[in-house]
Design a protein around this ligand. Structure first.
Ligand code: PLP
Length: 432
């Protein structure tokens, strides 16, 4: 606790302002698109929700990553947002990839990316997918159980294996160790099986969960990984392990703090020059702030003079599924769109999840499907009485959103994406 307090007091928990996306550019893109939609005459779907993707934000995030974690090579977790342009730009910058399925591997290989830049980070794989990885030359993969090792021996005997260990993710919002990761007590058996089957064990991986409030789990996971490295060397005839995969769960708002803990853990247990390569699997760190979602008010039910129910054309079955699946609590911000376009409720200094109770109009916001579960927020306060045709936007909505959107109830939720700052991004990548 004292250690974490010290880290917090030296790093601060908030990202520095230059890591904010280009709000002015995002608003210009929102404005241009929304003004072009004539609500009276547009075809069905033309007023659908859409994303604005700030490509230069990706470059800023990558630079920030290199500054904070120069020893750690990121493998972007494709599941978080497989937007092809986002993947392309990440690849151009030299970011590698974490794929969890055949489709994700195929998508990355189709970009012309070498299979050695992929870690197939799913410890429980279908046999047919293991055969696919073998055929495509994808070597790095994770495992956490003996059965998986037998499948790998049969279908991909030359794979380079990372033993995924469990972590204490009790403070994480998205916990993964309930599902994956070998307990330390089962590590000797797994190492023995690797030795007996003459498999190519190259290292250890873990994931401390996402949305953690206590990063000491990261430190302890590195310590546990060191224990596995030492055990493999001292008690087995396995070749020395050379790769540590520290997983994902990094977020922009806590990145300085998690990076500090990670650097301290690495310095203590895997110091520079120890011969171990370090990789990570960040997803939300790269996708979250890069994309903004805009949605449109399609209906309104007045409850009283100061209270209403607003219905918008995206919801928990669409791009706002992160409310159900990823424990996110996205804050709607208002883009007013009546006779003269202007926005309000935008305050770049406000924390992203601030909802001001000082605002007069109380609303609940609902998605378009007929399911009562499709609720974006039960209570939210606005400073204007919105009407049908007005627009909301949700900043920082790129992570675990479009990747899990469904067409439930016949609502096509494949949202268009408008890209901004492409030239700046390219110039900045060229000078990396
Ligand atoms: N790696 C693995 C194995 C995961 O399961 C996940 C998310 O579920 C990630 C990386 C990415 O996590 P995040 O987006 O929180 O960085």
């Amino acid at each position: 606790r004292a250690y974490l307090d010290r880290v917090r007091s030296t790093t601060g928990v908030v990202a520095s302002p230059h890591h904010e996306p280009d709000h002015a550019g995002i608003f210009r893109a929102l404005e241009k698109r929304i003004i072009s939609i004539n609500e009276e005459t547009c075809s069905p779907g033309e007023e659908n929700s859409f994303f604005v993707c700030d490509l230069n934000e990706l470059v800023t995030l990558y630079k920030n990553w290199r500054k904070e974690l120069p020893r750690v090579t990121p493998h972007y977790a494709v599941k978080c947002n497989p937007n092809p342009k986002l993947l392309y730009y990440l690849a151009q910058m030299g970011v590698n990839f974490d794929c969890a399925s055949k489709m994700e591997i195929a998508q990355i290989l189709a970009l012309g990316i070498h299979p050695d830049r992929i870690v197939y980070a799913n410890p429980c794989k279908m046999s047919s997918y293991i055969r696919f990885a073998e055929k495509q030359g994808v070597l790095y993969t994770t495992f956490d159980n003996v059965e998986e090792l037998h499948k790998i021996k049969k279908f991909h005997p030359s794979a380079r294996l990372l033993l995924r260990i469990t972590t204490d993710d009790s403070t994480a919002q998205c916990q993964l160790s309930t599902k994956y990761g070998a307990a330390l007590s089962s590590v000797p058996e797994l190492l023995q099986t690797c030795q007996d089957l003459q498999l190519n064990l190259v290292g250890v991986s873990f994931h401390v969960g996402s949305g953690a409030s206590d990063f000491s789990s990261l430190y302890y996971a590195i310590r546990d990984a060191r224990w596995v490295f030492d055990l493999a060397e001292s008690s087995f005839t396995l070749p020395a392990l050379t790769l540590l995969d520290v997983g994902g769960g990094f977020q922009l708002h806590s990145f300085k703090e998690s990076s500090q803990v990670l650097r301290d853990g690495l310095e203590k247990f895997f110091p520079e020059g120890c011969g171990v390569r370090i990789i990570a699997e960040p997803g939300r760190y790269f996708a979250e702030s890069t994309l903004t979602l805009a949605t449109h008010v399609i209906a309104k039910r007045k409850v009283n003079d100061d209270e209403a129910m607003l219905y918008i054309n995206d919801g928990v079955y669409g791009n706002l599924n992160c409310i159900l699946f990823d424990h996110q609590n996205p804050t709607p911000r208002v883009l007013h769109h009546s006779d003269k376009f202007h926005y309000f409720d935008f305050d770049s200094s406000a924390p992203p999840h601030a909802v001001s109770k000082n605002h007069r109009y109380k609303v609940s916001i609902w998605g378009p499907t007929c399911d009562g579960l499709d609720c974006i927020t039960k209570e939210c306060y606005l400073n204007k009485d919105l009407v049908v045709g007005d627009w909301f936007y949700f900043p920082h909505l790129g992570a675990y959103t479009s990747s899990a959107a469904t067409p439930f109830n016949g609502f096509d939720q494949i949202a268009d994406t408008i890209y901004i700052n492409e030239e700046e991004a390219q110039a900045n990548i060229a000078s990396l």
